[in-house]
Design a protein around this ligand. Structure first.
Ligand code: ADP
Ligand code: MG
Length: 672
């Protein structure tokens, strides 16, 4: 029986060598081959001269009106000229370095020439001469590599299609196909590879995209529903939690209460929590995490909290140890910096469950770290981690609940692809009484004029961050920037106020000790490169000065600004920049005008385009073959809604048996 899973080697003409070459293009089965779609087409439809746009690549049909001439110039270069008669028009056609064509172009012969047309000169740069069988066709162009030729793929696809077309059936349910006027898959495969017109190719591509998005979403939604019953059910004592909340120095905001509830519902249920917590900087995500941790440990499980930097991990460890002071929760810190001896002593205690809260960096997901019973894994500033790191932490336990936290708004595209398997909670309000940070932008030569204002902050007992970005290619130069600024602040403000310096070249002990001094207010001014960017929390700091602020992404500036405005006093952000472009100036004004992270990232997206803004965060977006998750977002959305709808039907697995078969066969491959 023929089957689309047959290896391509069953095809005539595909020997071991060709098989290997194809396999380099990830083509192993007939299915792979048939879904190896062209990325574009050459359109060989014969055109009327009057319908051609300047510089368009087209096919012209006419007769040779003059003996071809070949002119040689330079070393091994030549041009072949002919006069080409098309109805009553004469077009001059030039071929570069193809002198042998002369023989195929005797005067009076009717031929088809494909080339680039220059409308003003009524001339054409010839590309090739077509056989009459090529004309009025679209010619598929495939991605290839050194070992496989365009024509090989074309012929092999053709052969595969002829032999296997009857094995192609629709996986997408008929009712959906009717609803969205999608073609059946056999037609799609045919028209993707061998379209006769642009329109055919376009229609086929539309269905192919939908199929791809829909099947991806089906796997995602199915995975989500499979995980429903596999989680740990965390049974904790609500009274104890309430008492703990009562002792906090502040009241939880409504947004925090709502989110905590969502998390508790997940924890109690036997579905595995896989939740993304979004909340602007300073919205109070940490305390939400703390309550989850408390519940989980109260129920007898371990919890882990992973942060992207040593400084942040350490700060979390100190804070949480203090919060849990009067409980029997045992907090440990594990980072890449933990001394070998301490580590050796700690690992067994994690493994046998004596330590119930482990806080740290990437060190938490090393192979050598084993957990007794990990009930909850929390990832802070999760956008700093890759998909696999998230996954590794989750897999440190069985049915471990996962909470990923971020202040960076996630573009819709990523939300329904990379994060599609997660539920989302949002803290959409900052704690009450918090005054928004006042932001201004000045030019570098105006800096002197703000010194009195800075002095006012300091004399009121408040503290100040000063940040310089990575501007130069070399770290040494960047450090010099920071050092220069540090020196000038020292000159101005010492001995009355103390100035500290923090930069990336310092080792972690030095960094932590400087950070500690700032936290204790032994330093009033902290000059730093961007190492303080994420999560650091010193509520007495009320001013953030950012030099060369136009060199930062707006999301990052917003993060930086979020380091202040954490206490009761009015806080300020001062951007010092001489942007060289209008867009640069606009970006500074966005920061001055808005305090809302979602608005800021949207504006940044509009000003700079998605490539720049999403940067590395894009990694982890699944590789779609035909669909573009950014450009085709609307279709992706629809595909998601339909997939959710189908999976919610209790009988979908029997009702759509072909679809179910496909989903279960492919369900592991989503993100690997
Ligand atoms: P982020 O969401 O950026 O991680 P944090 O969790 O660090 O924010 O919280 C920022 C500051 O707000 C901390 O000092 C925290 O103690 C404080 N905080 C959190 N929740 C509240 C609240 N409901 N009322 C007042 N202050 C709060
Ligand atoms: Mg935080």
């Amino acid at each position: 029986m023929k089957n689309l899973k047959d290896n391509v080697s069953v095809l005539k003409g595909v020997g071991p060598k060709k098989q290997e070459a194809l396999s380099e293009l990830q083509i192993n089965t007939i299915f792979d081959l048939l879904s190896y779609y062209p990325f574009r087409y050459d359109d060989f439809e014969v055109k009327n001269i009057n319908d051609i746009v300047d510089q368009e690549k087209v096919t012209l049909k006419g007769t040779i009106a003059s003996e071809p001439t070949v002119v040689h110039y330079g070393r091994r270069r030549n041009i072949l000229n002919i006069r080409f008669l098309i109805n009553d028009d004469i077009v001059k056609v030039t071929f570069f370095n193809q002198p042998w064509l002369k023989k195929q172009l005797p005067v009076g012969k009717e031929v088809l020439i494909y080339g680039r047309f220059d409308k003003n000169r009524s001339s054409m740069a010839g590309i090739k001469i077509l056989q009459s069988s090529d004309s009025n066709q679209m010619s598929s162009i495939y991605p290839t590599n050194k070992h496989v030729r365009q024509s090989t793929i074309k012929e092999t696809v053709k052969l595969a299609y002829e032999e296997y077309k009857d094995c192609i059936f629709n996986i997408v349910p008929d009712d959906l196909r009717n609803k969205y006027k999608l073609e059946n898959l056999k037609t799609v495969v045919h028209d993707m590879h061998f379209p006769k017109t642009k329109k055919e190719a376009m229609l086929a591509r539309r269905t192919a995209k939908f199929n791809e998005f829909f099947l991806f979403q089906m796997r995602l939604q199915n995975l989500k529903s499979v995980n429903q019953n596999k989680g740990l059910s965390i049974k904790f004592d609500q009274t104890k939690i309430d008492q703990f909340i009562d002792k906090l120095p502040f009241e939880l905001t409504d947004a925090q209460k709502r989110v905590v509830n969502e998390i508790f519902m997940d924890l109690k249920s036997n579905r595995q929590m896989n939740r993304l917590l979004q909340g602007d900087v300073g919205s109070g995500k940490t305390i939400v995490a703390v309550l989850g941790i408390y519940a989980c440990i109260d129920a007898g499980y371990q919890a882990a909290l992973m942060a992207p930097t040593e400084i942040l991990a350490e700060q979390h460890a100190n804070k949480l140890a203090k919060l849990f002071e009067n409980t029997n929760i045992n907090v440990s810190l594990l980072t890449g910096n933990t001394k070998q001896s301490a580590r050796k002593e700690l690992l067994p205690r994690i493994k046998d469950g004596e330590v119930n809260l482990i806080i740290g960096t990437h060190a938490l997901i090393q192979d050598s770290v084993e957990y007794a019973d990990l009930g909850l894994a929390i990832i802070d500033e999760q956008h700093r981690f890759g998909v696999n790191q998230r996954k590794n932490l989750r897999e440190k336990g069985k049915g471990t609940n996962v909470l990923a936290m971020t202040a960076t708004p996630i573009p819709r595209t990523l939300a329904i692809t990379s994060y599609g398997e997660m539920d989302v909670s949002v803290i959409d309000k900052l704690p009450a009484g918090r005054q928004p940070v006042k932001t201004s932008w000045i030019r570098e030569n105006q800096f002197k004029s703000v010194l009195p204002f800075i002095n006012d902050r300091l004399s009121s007992g408040e503290q100040i961050y000063v940040v310089t970005p990575l501007v130069e290619e070399s770290e040494a130069v960047d450090m010099k920037n920071a050092v220069n600024i540090y020196e000038s602040f020292k000159n101005i403000f010492e001995p009355k106020y103390q100035v500290g310096l923090l930069h990336g070249k310092m080792n972690d002990d030095e960094k932590n000790s400087i950070m500690g001094e700032f936290q204790k207010n032994n330093l009033q001014i902290l000059v730093s490169t961007t190492v303080i960017e994420v999560g650091v929390d010193v509520s007495n700091a009320t001013m953030m000065i950012v030099f060369n602020s136009d060199h930062f992404g707006l999301a990052q500036l917003h993060q930086l600004r979020g380091r202040v405005g954490r206490g009761k006093n009015q806080s300020y952000c001062l951007l010092v920049a001489d942007p060289k472009t209008e867009v640069g100036a606009k970006r500074m004004n966005v920061m001055v005008d808005s305090n809302n992270g979602f608005i800021i990232s949207q504006k940044d997206l509009e000003l700079r385009g998605p490539g720049d803004v999403m940067g590395n965060a894009q990694s982890g977006v699944p590789d779609f073959k035909v669909g573009d998750p950014v450009a085709d977002l609307t279709m992706l959305n629809i595909a998601q809604q339909e997939a959710i709808q189908i999976v919610s039907q209790s009988d979908w697995k029997t009702k759509y048996s072909k679809l179910f078969e496909y989903v279960s066969e492919n369900n592991k491959k989503i993100f690997d």
